[in-house]
Design a protein around this ligand. Structure first.
Ligand SMILES: CC(C)(COP(=O)(O)OP(=O)(O)OC[C@H]1O[C@@H](n2cnc3c(N)ncnc32)[C@H](O)[C@@H]1OP(=O)(O)O)[C@@H](O)C(=O)NCCC(=O)NCCS
Length: 173
């Protein structure tokens, strides 16, 4: 049984560096806000469908107080200089029995190194272990890197294009 709230795994990045994919902790608040601060307007737009740099206390609590059952959040941590820094995160929220919506963000400086794919792999493992059947995501049509991460996940995928968004559905079984 995977203990989602204690989850931790180490991975090697494309550039040979190391990343820890671990469960989000309440004390990550400052680092999480710092990661948002380092993200480009385009990345924030792709994640939140709007350039959000400031969040209400209620929103911050929502992002941090995950129960690891209906809301599971992982972060990607790399050593930067002499300290660990959160450089990405992925989460899913159960929206109906067996079905969860997923979303990711990696700070620009660390994109393209496999962090998105690693977050996807580990969230998928947790979702499967929890017995979920389906993951969904809403992706902007020009967001090639996110669509690529989903295509390369190995999961059965279907997409439905609407005017401004692509609905992605991934089958876990
Ligand atoms: C989408 C995102 C999470 C992916 O994270 P990442 O760490 O860069 O992902 P990876 O390195 O695992 O893989 C990205 C893939 O996209 C590719 N890619 C990146 N930019 C690309 C572009 N402009 N055109 C084509 N492919 C591109 C990479 O080469 C890689 O593909 P590969 O494995 O075939 O080489 C990250 O780019 C991000 O945070 N974007 C902004 C927020 C966002 O879009 N969130 C999604 C909301 S659901």
């Amino acid at each position: 049984m995977l203990q989602a709230a204690q989850y931790s795994a180490n991975e090697t990045l494309r550039n040979g560096g190391r990343v820890e994919i671990r469960a989000l902790k309440p004390e990550d608040q400052t680092d999480l806000i710092a990661a948002v601060g380092r993200s480009s307007a385009q990345s924030l737009y792709r994640r939140f469908f709007g350039v959000r740099r400031n969040f209400t206390q209620q929103e911050i609590e929502y992002f941090l107080n995950v129960d690891f059952v209906n809301h599971v959040a992982l972060v990607a941590v790399v050593e930067e200089g002499d300290h660990p820094a959160i450089v990405g995160g992925g989460r899913y929220v159960v929206v109906q029995p067996g079905k969860a919506e997923i979303a990711f963000a990696v700070v620009d400086q660390h994109q393209g190194q496999g962090i998105g794919a690693a977050l996807m792999r580990h969230l998928t493992a947790i979702a499967r272990e929890a017995g979920l059947k389906e993951l969904t995501a809403e992706v902007l049509p020009d967001n090639i890197s996110m669509l690529k991460v989903f295509e390369k996940s190995g999961l059965r995928l279907s997409t439905q294009r609407e005017s401004q968004v692509v609905h992605v559905t991934l089958q876990l079984f």
